[in-house]
Design a protein around this ligand. Structure first.
Ligand code: DC
Length: 233
């Protein structure tokens, strides 16, 4: 029997392209593990908020993030995020709150924080060598050696609409124009930051999800992976 090969698939792209869901499902279908790197930036933001740190102070936030010692519980699907110090606690349910979302986009600009999280992501890949890793910089910076790289995109309008649908489904009020403005601003910040900007890696498969269902996106990814790698062992 063949030993299972190492295999890294990266999925990058802006918010609202369905990246997380797609990454989780493609990992399930191919029998790989799934790393949500956005959750790590969100956990870093939560640490900074709880300690009332200045969200522009790179060294202070980075030190607190190191001390917080985040880790995933890989027994859960999708994995849960824990902060282990001063005592272990599962913070997963807090990570999607509005204040954490906003703060995560600030602390994602800090090179000191990115350096820590990039190193942590590489260690995680060593421990989980068959991995679908999803984020903004996974193919470009963190795993330039990935076997298959994807970049999911969609028009800002489609992404705002999806976000609005999610919020409505969660029973929240929605201002679609404001959502669209926020998405355009967040894109500009993500694309223009000095460290780990959102870019399309040269060798990435680009998929425009504007007019595709989740199922169609998933099928396109699976086809591309099998075309590049043959049957997955
Ligand atoms: O994908 P998400 O919305 O959970 O990401 C949260 C924030 O972290 C968002 O502002 C983008 C940032 N991020 C990043 O800069 N690099 C990554 N690899 C993942 C997320």
């Amino acid at each position: 029997m063949h030993a299972k090969q190492r295999l890294t698939i990266t999925i990058d792209g802006p918010a609202g392209t369905g990246k997380s869901t797609t990454a989780r499902l493609v990992a399930q279908r191919l029998g790989l593990e799934f790393l949500d790197t956005g959750a790590m930036y969100r956990a870093a933001a939560l640490i900074a908020l709880e300690q009332r740190l200045d969200l522009t102070d790179g060294p202070a936030v980075a030190l607190a993030v190191e001390r917080g010692a985040m880790c995933f519980d890989w027994a859960a699907d999708p994995p849960r995020l824990l902060l282990t110090r001063p005592r272990p606690r599962d913070v997963t349910d807090r990570l999607r709150d509005g204040d954490v979302t906003l703060a995560s986009s600030s602390i994602a600009r800090l090179p000191e924080v990115r350096a820590i999280l990039v190193a942590a992501q590489r260690r995680l890949r060593d421990e989980h060598p068959r991995l679908v890793s999803e984020g903004r910089d996974q193919g470009s910076v963190v795993f330039p050696d990935a076997d298959v790289k994807f970049f999911l995109d969609a028009t800002p309008e489609a992404r705002a609409r999806r976000r609005a649908d999610q919020l409505r489904a969660a029973g929240q009020g929605v201002d679609e124009e404001r959502l669209l403005r926020e998405i355009i601003e967040r894109d500009a910040a993500d694309r223009n930051r000095a460290t780990g900007p959102l870019i399309v890696p040269d060798d990435a498969v680009v998929i425009d999800t504007t007019d595709l269902s989740h199922e169609q996106v998933l099928a396109a990814l699976e086809r591309a992976v099998r075309a590049r790698l043959g049957p997955i062992r």
